[in-house]
Ligand binder design. Structure first.
Ligand code: 5GP
Length: 208
């Protein structure tokens, strides 16, 4: 149980961005640096990339299994991105946040919207922007995991995703990886304090 406050519940930390802005690496780094933050591993119907490891980057499943999970309410949120289905498993997440553990989600704006509605008081949401459109394109090409046709498609999708940046409380430009990670961790620390203070205040002054 978390020591900050016995009524403290964990945060749901959402990180969204267009693909290529560095969000996946950021999420992994944050969960490594802060042991109270657990990384949520999504389910997807997308084909596994060569660099990816089953169960570590995603749980790769077929559409039949995905629809079954959705039907059986095993997903906290789900969305279709680039024609593939993605979803966050509900299993363990509620238990973790009830025990004061924070969970970090690398998800798109559609999923962010769904989680925001379910946990309005426990969410901290970040939108990570690439330094520029030119830089985003360079990063997508350099990544080399998709062919040029897909890079172009992802650029188009990136513009659609970027349109949602102002739905997020914190918007950061990832022009320096270590600095961006540090900023996010600092903000999380402040949000934890603020949320656990609110719990104390409500408890102590609820009779007024
Ligand atoms: P990629 O296939 O490049 O790993 O991810 C494509 C997009 O899907 C990214 O914007 C990523 O954040 C998003 N995504 C990954 N997992 C989930 C999920 O569980 N739910 C939602 N809504 N989006 C996800």
């Amino acid at each position: 149980m978390d020591k900050r406050n016995k009524n403290y519940k964990g945060l749901l930390i959402i990180i969204s961005s267009p693909s290529g802005a560095g969000k996946t690496t950021i999420c992994k780094k944050i969960s490594k640096k802060d042991k109270n933050i657990n990384l949520s591993i999504s389910y997807t119907t997308r084909k596994k990339r060569k660099s990816e490891i089953e169960g570590r980057h995603y749980n790769f499943i077929n559409i039949k299994k995905f629809n079954e999970m959705k039907k059986n309410k095993m997903l906290l949120e789900s969305a279709k991105v680039f024609g593939n289905n993605y979803g966050t498993p509900i299993k363990n997440i509620i238990k973790k946040i009830d025990n004061g553990k924070d969970v970090i989600f690398d998800i798109d704006w559609q999923g962010a919207n769904q989680i925001r509605k379910k946990f309005p008081n426990q969410i901290v949401d970040f939108f990570i922007m690439p330094p520029s459109i030119k830089e985003l394109r360079m990063r997508l090409i350099k990544r080399g995991q998709d062919d040029l046709n897909i890079v172009n498609k992802r650029m188009k999708m990136a513009f659609k995703e970027i349109k949602h940046y102002d739905e997020y409380k914190y918007i950061l430009v990832n022009d320096n990886f270590n600095k961006t990670v540090k900023k996010i961790i600092d903000i999380i620390k402040i949000e934890r304090l603020q949320k656990s203070n609110l719990i104390k205040i409500r408890r102590n002054f609820n009779k007024i």
